[in-house]
Design a protein around this ligand. Structure first.
Ligand code: GN1
Ligand code: MG
Length: 356
């Protein structure tokens, strides 16, 4: 394995020779390695099942990273630039049909699954707002829609109901509580989704995977770089806001088995939301701002549904460490959702300024 990785790394235009190549445990989708040498690089085997259009994927990332780079000081963060092949291409296809790409490693960077202070939550708000603002003058139609319906509830609900119908008894066992939660929120979520569609909100270039651990920090806990640009596609601002809140304002992790530890952290939410709204304010429309209140509930519901669907389907999408892992993840999302529901009025106060 290491020998062939060496060969793969040697296809890219790196500075010097990479002498140590080791696996990095991150994300549910790709296989990731760190190649260390005079300079260090991240090398990934792209999940071709999830991203069938590799050339569209790499086109999007190239377009977005070069646009951000041109913005100079207007986007004051580091950018995970692609490293091209020696022949100029953006990805390498190995003898087994595996697709590989390389990015510069950002030295001194640290990853956190959740913020350790409200300042860190605010840093995320500022960085994400700046990212969307910096891309607001790039035509959204230039990007390929790689994963159609990614944050579309009608699409996800259809996938879920199909999985429910075809699931094996073994997979259906113990899903009762999650199925009931899905049913309980179904109507309200669909109503929000319809309202959003009919509100004529601007379609922007957004990140679409704003987990807290997709922001790198330096040793002083200041934001360094927003990474994982695979899903940068056209979408609504509320998707990025909602997904960020889903991860940064959960007192527990996505994989937590003890749901008693799952709680919505209003302080982190507030710190993030205020900074996000402020940094995106030059382009933020009033209807968009209002749409943010319910967004964390919508995205948390959608994510719970996606985990539950994958459990019912036999864990083909998300990497799992044990039987029932996806069901644990779904339960965590749904408990978080219920706590968000209980605190919705306080969230509205932050976004819309109305008193409870
Ligand atoms: C996947 O593996 P990662 O962190 O890149 C998923 C996201 C989910 C997330 C949940 C392309 O992201 O949409 O929110 O898992 N990415 C894709 O942890 O489906
Ligand atoms: Mg990702």
């Amino acid at each position: 394995m290491m020998e062939s990785l060496d060969h793969i790394v040697s296809q890219f235009r790196t500075k010097g020779h990479s002498h140590l190549i080791s696996p990095v445990n991150c994300g549910h989708i790709h296989e990731t390695f760190l190649a260390e040498g005079e300079e260090s690089y991240i090398i990934q085997r792209i999940n071709h099942d999830v991203f069938p259009d590799i050339s569209g994927l790499m086109h999007n990332i190239h377009l977005v990273t070069t646009h951000l780079q041109k913005r100079g000081n207007a986007y004051p963060y580091l950018i995970p630039m692609l490293v091209p092949l020696k022949n100029g291409g953006l990805y390498f296809v190995d003898g087994n049909g595996g697709y590989w790409r390389m990015m510069r490693f950002i030295p001194g960077s640290l990853v956190y699954d959740k913020p350790q202070s409200t300042e860190m939550a605010g840093e995320f708000g500022k960085a994400l707002g700046s990212f969307i603002l910096a891309l607001s003058d790039l035509e959204a139609g230039l990007l390929e829609v790689l994963l159609p319906g990614f944050h579309d509830l009608e699409f996800r609900w259809e996938q879920y109901t199909a999985a429910l119908k075809s699931a094996s008894p073994e997979r259906l066992k113990e899903t009762g509580q999650e199925v009931r939660t899905a049913d309980r929120f179904n109507q309200a979520m669909h109503a929000y989704s319809r309202m959003v569609r009919e509100a004529g909100l601007p379609v922007r270039i957004i990140h679409n995977d704003t987990k807290f651990n997709n922001l790198l920090f330096n040793g002083d806990q200041r934001a360094l770089a927003l990474i994982d640009l695979d899903t940068v596609m056209p979408g609504y601002l509320l998707y990025d806001f909602g997904d960020a809140v889903r991860t940064l304002a959960n007192k527990a992790g996505e994989d937590e088995k003890d749901t008693c530890l799952v709680r919505f952290n209003l302080k982190m939410y507030k710190a993030f939301a205020n900074q996000f709204i402020e940094s995106v304010s030059p382009v933020l429309q009033e209807a968009e701002r209002t749409s943010l209140t319910y967004a964390p509930l919508y995205i948390t519901f959608l994510q719970g549904l996606r985990f539950l669907t994958d459990h019912l389907n036999g864990d083909h999408y998300y990497h799992c460490d044990y039987f029932g892992h996806n069901l644990v993840r779904a339960a965590t999302q749904f408990v978080l959702l219920k706590d968000m529901e209980a605190k919705l009025c306080l969230m509205r106060e932050v976004v819309e300024g109305n008193h409870c």
